[in-house]
Structures are given as structure tokens and as C-alpha cells.
Design a protein around this ligand. Structure first.
Ligand code: XIL
Length: 606
């Protein structure tokens, strides 16, 4: 299956390294042993940091300029090229025997202003494209073996051509022309199309696949596809775009067209502080992505978008909103992170070298063995009641809610029938605006026909009725109740019987059918009443105990997976996210029921 002609001729590209062998093998050594490329994006300013220099040259056998080969950097005025920084990077790579990956000749985000703002005829624009590519690729002919010729040429969502200055002035064939010019400038260089959000199977990756197929059929010189892999924690989980199955399928179909694939800009973003748990998940996902790449047989390089977290582009608020984000392999002090060790171990094992991690550590990383699990699977602690009148014990913060039964509720917007049903206040979550004043209380109960939910929301500025309730309901004021009725509280994905019921504040307007959203919510048969209150709004809702999707039988100490969220907006989009279950630190309950907490039924007559 592995078509050798497709793979980079590793031996011809990878000059032998002349490093002394340290006690722990380096990533670079393990990459070399696998005849594989592990690269990093580098900026010239990094080179004045000695620790950076040391880390890059010992750990990576490939590098790519993070910014300084882009057209808006190289050709700031028409016909005036400045190669000073590129030369510095090129020299560094050559001095350290690293393969240089050229990034990138044509990219809408870094097109010189004089071109974007100019008015050129198709012929003039083609001439400008040709001049740029001939000059840049020509200058480094024989020294840069791989070029990202066009970056991000396909639009998000629909798989159509992205509208860019090049596309507008030349037409859709600017991509093919760029490849032809690059080939003319250096017939030996491998030419890649590079894009983001195309790791899995979707409209964009379909469009790329079709473009490559067409290029191959018509002899347009293309050798590879770069999948950027700017990922978010959770993206490799089963069913998501970077999961082994889906990304594996995409890489395979590209490989079968006769091109190679490289993961060209890997980083993994997350919310909040990089806790131990986040770093462990990050390590698992780095390993998973590399494994999918290696297993495919068509993937020849793994390039991270930076070396140390402290210089990551994601620390820049223009690109991401978490100044604490730690998306790379080395921490702010160049210490290797768990993600580094995870991929080093994978490469070591694949090369038949002594493993770096124990088998147990690997099993925990890959999810085959569970570490001590989160609240979702925690043992139920001995129940206590702080108020004897309460119909069920006190909740355990963020983990267990005791729902008394039987209690019958009328959905009328009044709360007298909720008296003595325990209430939980939720005022914490991953997204809170400055001076947040939104919080809510929820309560749950059941009789022999229905499960009832109450949410009392304190919110000084209601915002609802402006989004499409089918797709964007969570961007405006809404409360969510989640159930996992499958009995498997460790379930990591949605199945029938798992439901996210998002209930919009817009139900205050009394629509004919309840306004709801969320995974499987259409199977919930939920009824809703929503009313405005003095300081916010109130939602009462109920679902049948028996539906096509589940059969819930309230029994004393019987357990359901359960979770509740609140989405708050004060103007046009969500600015508040409150979450009850403490196991859900990343707002991932919409896709992962294992982070729910528990609802424990309590027979109030006992
Ligand atoms: C980013 C750089 O990391 C930033 O420093 C720069 O300001 C903007 O570009 N996809 C790409 C990369 O292909 O070139 C981008 O790099 C990140 C997204």
C-alpha cells in the first residue's frame, strides 16, 4: 500500500546529524530513526534566545519560517524583495542540517498591500504572481525541498474557493498557475497545498480532495497536502475531525490520489490554565494525531507551530483569547511537557528503541486504562440534609444532585409546587464577563410519569429571540439540562439515550412549539414554560420518563448522568457560560457525557 515514490526521499533530504548522543534520546534522533520529519515553525527573533536555538537544533530535523517567507514580508513594495530574515533562517537550517519547509508563497492573509489594494488586469496579476514565485523559489532552488505553494485557498463551511485578491484578479485558476510557476522555478521541489480545518471529512477537505484529483488528472504539479492541525482539546476524540478514524480516512483518500500528507502547523489550544489534567489530555491528543499520521502510511512530517508555549501565536489576543494557553511541546521555560514525552515515546517504540513511558502510562494516555475518574463516575458520598424539611439530601457540589420523588409539578411558571425540592446555585463557569451578575438555581424532581426541571435565572439583561434557534440557540440566553440515561456514566460520546436539552429564554414569547436546541434534543419530547421574573427569568420543563429514546424508572438511589449549563448574553452573542458539573472544565458536555455529574433519585417517603 505504501507507495515509496510518494514519500520524501528521506535519505537524500535528511543530512546526517552530527550531535553527541545525550542520555535521553532527542525527538530528532527518534524522528531520524523512523525516517520521519518532526519540524517546528521558527521566527528570526527566536534565534537570539540561546535556549530556543539549542532546543530547535537538538529536537527537530525540519524547520519552517513562521512568518518571514510570506509574500507581505518578502515583497513589501512591488519588485523590491528583502530576503535578509529568510536568509538568516535558511542559514540556520543548513548549519544544523535541518530540512527547510517553505511557507508560504500565496496566502490571502499576507498578500502585499500594494497588490491587494491595486487594480490589476488578469494578465498583470498573473505576471505579478509569476514574478513573485520565480524570484522566491528561484532564489532558494535546491535548498528548499518543500514549498507550501498556496495556503488556505478554500473557504470555510461550503468548500467553495476563498475570495481573495489573487482569486478576484486572476480567477479560480490562480492556484493551478501558482503550482505551475513554482514547478518551473524549481522542478525538484515538492509542492504542497496547505489548509486548516480540513483534517477530517468535511466540505473543505472534500474540495481539497477534488482539487488534487483534478490537478493529478490534468498534470498540474502537486506533490502534497498540508493539514495545518491547529487543534482544540477534544478534537481527536471519537467522531471529531482529528479522530483516528476520520482523519485517517481523509489522509488515506489523499494518499491514494498519489500525494503525500504532512501535518504542518500542529498546536492544541484549550481554555483556562494548563492544569495537570489538561496537559495530560493534550499529551494524549498529540500522541493520537501523530499516531494517525504514522499509521496512514502517507504522512511524512509532523510540524509544530512553534517550540515554546511562551512564543506561541495563540498567546496573541488577535488569534485566541487565552493568555494562559499552552499549546506546544515545551513550556515557557523550555522544559519538555507531557506532550513531548508522549510523542517521543511513540517514535521510540516505533523505531524499536527502548520506550520512554511505561506500558501503564501509555494505556492511561490512550484511554485504555482509566486514571481515577472524574465526578461522573465518583462514588456517591453518604447523603446529609442540612434542612430537615428538604425532600432530599444536600447536593454534592458539582458532582451529585439528589432529586426527590414522587413530586408532581404543574408547568405554570409558578414555584409553589417546588417547595423543599433541593436547589443548587450555579455561578461558576469557563466564560464570565467582567462584573458578572448572572447566576442561576436549578432543581429536578420526578413523579411516575415525568422528570421535571426548574431553572431560576438571575440576569439583569435578557437577550433572546435574535438567533436561529435550530443552530445558534446557545449564543443567547438559555438554560441547558443534560441526561445520560444509558447507564454507562463513562460514555465518551453521544448515543441515543444521551441528550442535551437547551431551553431558550425566548420561550418567554410562548411559541407554539418549545424553542429548544442541543444534541438529540429532538428526542426528548420536552415541554417548556418560561416567564420573566423581577431579576431575570424562570424556566419550568418536563420530559416523559418513557420515550423512544429512553426508559427512566425513578428508584431510591438510582443514578442518571446529569449536567446543567447556562448561556448568558447581554447583547448580540454569548458572554457567559456557567457549568454545574465540576468534571466539565472545558465546556465539552455537548459532545462528551463522561464529564456529566450524577442525578441520584431519592424516595422522599423513606
Ligand atoms: C501565523 C503566525 O503564527 C503569526 O505570527 C502571524 O502573525 C500570522 O500568521 N495558518 C497559517 C500560518 O498557515 O501561516 C499562520 O501563522 C497561522 C494560521
Amino acid at each position: 500500500m505504501l507507495c515509496l515514490a510518494l514519500l520524501l526521499a528521506f535519505t537524500s533530504l535528511a543530512p546526517t546529524t552530527a550531535q553527541s548522543t545525550p542520555a535521553t534520546p532527542t525527538l530528532r534522533e527518534m524522528a531520524d530513526k523512523n525516517k520521519f520529519y518532526v519540524g517546528a515553525a521558527v521566527y528570526t527573533y527566536h534565534l537570539s534566545d540561546p535556549l530556543h536555538v539549542e532546543t530547535v537544533k537538538t529536537q527537530f530535523n525540519m524547520m519552517t519560517p513562521e512568518n518571514e517567507a510570506k509574500a507581505c514580508e518578502l515583497q513589501k513594495a512591488r519588485g523590491v524583495f528583502n530576503f535578509t530574515k529568510m536568509d538568516q533562517l535558511m542559514d540556520f537550517a543548513e548549519q544544523n542540517n535541518m530540512v527547510f519547509r517553505g511557507h508560504t508563497l500565496v496566502w490571502h492573509s499576507c498578500t502585499p498591500n500594494w497588490f491587494s489594494n491595486g487594480k490589476f488586469s488578469r494578465d498583470e496579476a498573473i505576471q505579478i504572481l509569476r514574478d513573485h514565485i520565480m524570484t522566491v523559489v528561484g532564489r532558494y532552488k535546491g535548498r528548499i525541498p518543500i514549498w507550501d505553494v498556496v495556503n488556505e485557498g478554500i473557504a470555510d463551511g461550503n468548500g467553495k474557493m476563498r475570495v481573495t485578491p489573487w482569486q478576484q484578479m486572476i480567477g479560480d485558476d490562480y492556484i493551478e498557475l501558482a503550482f505551475r510557476f513554482a514547478h518551473e522555478a524549481d522542478p525538484e521541489a515538492l509542492l504542497f497545498y496547505n489548509d486548516y480545518g480540513a483534517e477530517g471529512m468535511n466540505a473543505k477537505s472534500d474540495a481539497i480532495y477534488n482539487m488534487v484529483k483534478d490537478f493529478k488528472a490534468r498534470g498540474v504539479p502537486i506533490d502534497g497536502v498540508g493539514l495545518q492541525a491547529h487543534l482544540t482539546l477534544g478534537d481527536t476524540r471519537n467522531g471529531r475531525g482529528a479522530s483516528p478514524r476520520i482523519m485517517g480516512e481523509n489522509i488515506k483518500r489523499l494518499g491514494e490520489l498519489g500525494v503525500q500528507v504532512q501535518l504542518t502547523e500542529v498546536d492544541i489550544k484549550h481554555k483556562g490554565e494548563p492544569t495537570e489534567d489538561i496537559l495530560r489530555q493534550e499529551a494524549a491528543e498529540y500522541r493520537s494525531v501523530l499516531q494517525t499520521c504514522l499509521d496512514s502510511g502517507y504522512c511524512t512530517a509532523f510540524i509544530v507551530w512553534g517550540v515554546t508555549d511562551k512564543y506561541s501565536w495563540l498567546r496573541d489576543s488577535r488569534f485566541y483569547d487565552n493568555p494562559k494557553v499552552a499549546p506546544l511541546l515545551f513550556d515557557d521555560h523550555y522544559q519538555p511537557k507531557p506532550a513531548f514525552t508522549a510523542i517521543l515515546d511513540l517514535l521510540a517504540r516505533r523505531a524499536g528503541e527502548p520506550p520512554i513511558l511505561s506500558d501503564d502510562e501509555v494505556a492511561i494516555l490512550t484511554g485504555e486504562k482509566k486514571p481515577d475518574s472524574g465526578a461522573g463516575a465518583a462514588a456517591v458520598p453518604a447523603p446529609t440534609k442540612s434542612d430537615p424539611a428538604q425532600l432530599a439530601p444536600d447536593s454534592v457540589a458539582g458532582a451529585v444532585y439528589y432529586a426527590p420523588f414522587p413530586v408532581t409539578i404543574t408547568l405554570d411558571g409558578e414555584t409553589d409546587d417546588w417547595t423543599n425540592v433541593p436547589r443548587v446555585t450555579v455561578d461558576k463557569g469557563p466564560t464570565l464577563p467582567a462584573g458578572n451578575d448572572t447566576s442561576y438555581q436549578f432543581a429536578v424532581t420526578a413523579d411516575d410519569k415525568k422528570l421535571y426541571f426548574l431553572a431560576e435565572v438571575k440576569d439583569s439583561k435578557l437577550a433572546y429571540g435574535t438567533h436561529n434557534p435550530a443552530s445558534e440557540w446557545y449564543l443567547e440566553d438559555s438554560v441547558e439540562f443534560y441526561l445520560n440515561t444509558t447507564g454507562d456514566l463513562k460514555l465518551g460520546e453521544y448515543k441515543p439515550g444521551v441528550v442535551q436539552i437547551g431551553i431558550l429564554a425566548a420561550n418567554i414569547t410562548k411559541p407554539d412549539a418549545p424553542l429548544i436546541g442541543g444534541g438529540n434534543s429532538d428526542t426528548s419530547q420536552v415541554s417548556v414554560v418560561a416567564v420573566k421574573t423581577e431579576d431575570g427569568y424562570r424556566i419550568e420543563a418536563s420530559v416523559p420518563l418513557v420515550t423512544d429514546a429512553w426508559k427512566i424508572v425513578p428508584a431510591h438511589m438510582g443514578v442518571l448522568g446529569f449536567q446543567s449549563h447556562l448561556n448568558g448574553s447581554s447583547a448580540d452573542t454569548r458572554d457567559t457560560k456557567l457549568i454545574w458539573s465540576a468534571a466539565d472544565t472545558q465546556d465539552e458536555s455537548w459532545s462528551n457525557p463522561s464529564v456529566f455529574g450524577q442525578l441520584v433519585f431519592w424516595d422522599k417517603t423513606k
